[in-house]
Design a protein around this ligand. Structure first.
Ligand code: B1M
Length: 233
């Protein structure tokens, strides 16, 4: 806490006011305050996923609305995104704390032309929390990058993320290339991202569309189990 009299003492706020203040701080891109708020909520016994959903994801949803409406612009949203990432970095080990052997492996990346990675990172964290080993190949991933990662890591699942209506069709390019190379059926393919829906997932030939990170973790678990159960002994 600084000595500036205008500074708010976050630790003096009740839970609801602190969460509301964190939404404002995320909006204003105040990374240190988001880190502090995250730590305070955890120290008050909040679970990591409650902090994530109520304080961070909800705050980012508000940022998204004003970005859409032209009230916030790219530099401001980048500051918000960096603040969100700083909060997520504190939560990551807590969400991944399952202590069980990996139940499967996932390669995940954001598609070519798309640099949005907050949702993908969240999905990766939830998958780790569900017991998966996750190989994150990052943003702006072209088909060669996906194929190289599949070849190198031999995962059970390929996960693809897209946040733009202009980049989501690239998921089909990756799947079609896998079909051409005879690789498609070796992997479970899950897709997600705000502009997608179930119909799109089916149309491009994915095995599943995941509305959010919790759905991704559930779907990944059940699909890997089903596939193993169906495999010849
Ligand atoms: Co971007 N952006 N952005 N942006 N941005 C959106 C997506 C947009 C909807 C904003 C808006 O207009 N309302 C809009 C897209 C419109 C459209 O395509 N129809 C948009 C635009 C237009 C742009 C630019 C073109 C702006 C510009 O330059 N003029 C530009 C594009 C850059 C590029 O990619 N080439 C751009 C840039 C940026 C920033 C760099 C400033 C920043 C990204 C920072 C970063 O990610 N490191 C940014 C941000 C932050 C957003 C919004 C505000 C927030 C996205 C986010 O992080 N959401 C976003 C508005 C919005 O979505 N409300 C917006 C929080 C996150 C937890 O949710 O990503 O949906 P989400 O992930 C969820 C699910 O979708 C799902 O689970 C996640 C967790 O629950 N999921 C998966 C996601 N991926 C999955 C993969 C899976 C499974 C589930 O695999 C198995």
């Amino acid at each position: 806490m600084s000595d500036d009299p205008d500074d708010i003492d976050l630790s003096a706020l009740g839970d609801d006011d602190l969460v509301a203040q964190m939404h404002d701080d995320l909006y204003d891109g105040l990374k240190d305050e988001i880190v502090e708020g995250t730590e305070i909520l955890l120290s008050r016994g909040w679970s990591a996923d409650r902090v994530l959903n109520d304080a961070l994801v909800e705050g980012m949803r508000i940022v998204g609305i004003d970005f859409r409406d032209g009230i916030l612009f790219v530099p401001e949203v980048l500051l918000s995104a960096n603040s969100m990432k700083a909060g997520m970095a504190i939560l990551r080990p807590l969400l991944a704390e399952t202590g069980v052997a990996a139940i499967g492996k996932v390669v995940i990346g954001t598609v070519k032309g798309d640099i949005h990675d907050i949702g993908k990172n969240l999905v990766a964290m939830m998958l780790e929390g569900a017991g998966f080993e996750v190989v994150d190949i990052g943003i702006n991933s072209d088909v060669d990058k996906y194929l190289a990662a599949l070849e190198e890591h031999k995962p059970d699942i390929l996960g693809m993320s897209a946040l733009l209506t202009t980049t989501m069709p690239y998921m089909k390019v990756v799947i079609d290339t896998m079909i051409e190379k005879g690789l498609r059926d070796d992997y479970i393919i899950l897709v997600g991202g705000a502009p997608l829906n179930e119909e799109f997932g089916t149309a491009i030939g994915a095995d599943g569309y995941c509305r959010d990170a919790a759905v991704a973790a559930e779907m990944a678990k059940s699909m890997v189990q089903d596939r193993r159960a169906a495999a010849p002994a």
